[in-house]
Design a protein around this ligand. Structure first.
Ligand SMILES: C[S@@+](CC[C@H](N)C(=O)[O-])C[C@H]1O[C@@H](n2cnc3c(N)ncnc32)[C@H](O)[C@@H]1O
Length: 193
């Protein structure tokens, strides 16, 4: 999907993914792991920034990236209004070089938003943007849809794509937004050093 496609979705307010709140699975994860060392976190495809603000509230140095200018504008406005500090930058996660490598990457509805043919590029991008030994936390959307976005995936596909370069630390079914209950799987990976 092109930059124009996503920008048009924001301009026409056709944003069914916009829930007005962070991923419930992320909220619970951060609440349950208060003792994590606080480093930098990259949230690619951050939308209007709810997840970025949740990481910032938890004390992380949070960076949101999105390909749509309107998403970045809305993220900055909402973050200022909330009195929080986070950095938002226009960028193409799949094809750009990262400004720095991050301690964490948090995935939530970007993998399911990109074309199926871009999935190998997505894995390459995670390796480019994440430090060796860094942590990749993903809320995966396990739906069958092939005519997205959103495009579905399976645990098997995710294992095939990530397990060579990452060790799986934990996996669980998270609390979800009501219309996604039982359809999400969180995978917490550590990039092999
Ligand atoms: C389905 S929306 C999800 C937004 C946000 N993660 C959420 O859950 O509210 C997908 C987002 O990814 C962005 N996006 C799509 N392709 C991208 C890319 N290559 N690099 C960065 N952002 C991208 C879109 O502009 C859109 O904001």
């Amino acid at each position: 999907m092109s930059q124009n496609y996503w920008e048009n979705r924001y301009q026409s307010k056709d944003m069914p993914w916009e829930k007005g709140a962070p991923s419930p699975g992320l909220v619970d994860f951060l609440a349950a792991h208060g003792n994590l060392s606080r480093g930098s976190v990259c949230i690619p495809g951050c939308g209007t920034g709810h997840d970025v603000r949740e990481w910032a509230k938890a004390g992380f140095n949070a960076y949101g990236f999105d390909i749509a200018p309107s998403a970045i504008e809305l993220s900055r406005e909402k973050t200022k209004a909330a009195g929080l500090n986070a950095t938002f930058q226009l960028g193409d996660f799949l094809h750009d070089e990262p400004p720095v490598q991050f301690d964490w990457i948090f995935e939530h509805t970007l993998f399911c938003a990109i074309d199926l043919a871009e999935r190998e590029n997505y894995v390459r991008a995670v390796l480019r943007w994440l430090k060796p030994g860094g942590l990749y936390l993903a809320v995966n959307y396990l739906i069958p849809d092939k005519d997205g976005p959103p495009f579905g995936t399976t645990r098997d596909e995710l294992w095939q794509r990530f397990s060579q370069q990452f060790d799986l630390a934990e996996e669980w079914v998270p609390r979800s937004y009501p219309n996604r209950a039982g359809l999400e799987l969180m995978l917490w990976w550590k990039r092999k050093a």
